[in-house]
Write a protein that binds this ligand. Sequence first.
Ligand code: ZN
Length: 308
Amino acid sequence: MLVYSHADCLLKDNGFNHPERKERLDSILESIKQIKDIKINFKEAPLADMDSISLVHPKKHIEKIFSNIPKSGLIGVEKEPYADTMLCSNSKKAILRSCGAGIAAADDLMNNNKRIFCAIRPPGHHAETTKAMGFCFINNIAVTARYLQKKYKINKVAIIDFDVHHGNGTQEIFYNDETVAYGSSHEFPLFPGTGSEEETGVGNIFNAPIKSGMKGKEFLKVFEQKVLNPINKFKPEIILISAGFDAHTRDPLANINLESKDYYEITKKIVDLANIHSKGRIISFLEGGYDLLALSESIEEHFLALKI
Ligand SMILES: [Zn+2]
């Protein structure tokens, strides 16, 4: 297995008491290094190039975000009530490494590496075409999907998102694009408010709203029915995963009650689909997850299921 990350991703600072903190990535990387049964190669994420980013986001929009980066201290990019998407002096490098990880992973994937994980922050699935929000600036997974389509002529990409929050950005970007299927399980209602079953795009959006309090067994049933079954019919050539671990029962930002081992089952089911349709090809991206113990346990389960 290949893992992309970069020390620059640890430098992004969101301020005191912010849930999206560098310790999240420390926990993930520490846990990955402890996994004994899998041979893991670590690679440094390159900086994303503007041509690739602009497959999704207009250049002007990205330049505007970067022009707001303060020399010191923090600046919020959103209006109230969600004024917690912050820029610090090191943000540019972290944002570009996070996106660059996915692009480099795409090249490796097409060079016969079938399982790749991007251990990155900031996350990306809330970032819309022209709107940074929910701790996200560039939609890392969306750029990777478009890059795979453009450079390698991949026709059909599926994005499966099991973060507890709906990936409004990913949905918005591909809402009218039948070549990319987006399937998401998420607590509903919850931030960002999107993700009802009525939002279906051009028949390529598959939302599975989950009621607060749901546990693993029931969750898996809904996930299979509302996300995996339609993705199975879509027959993706490559599967990308928005892997957020905040549906864990320990997570402070949401109220779904998954246990760490449930992430093995969830991932295994995605792997089964990839083996049927996608030659086993999966790139997984770290999105949310805010409890350090939950992250460290869940990432191990995720990897054990991704193992070939
Ligand atoms: Zn989340």
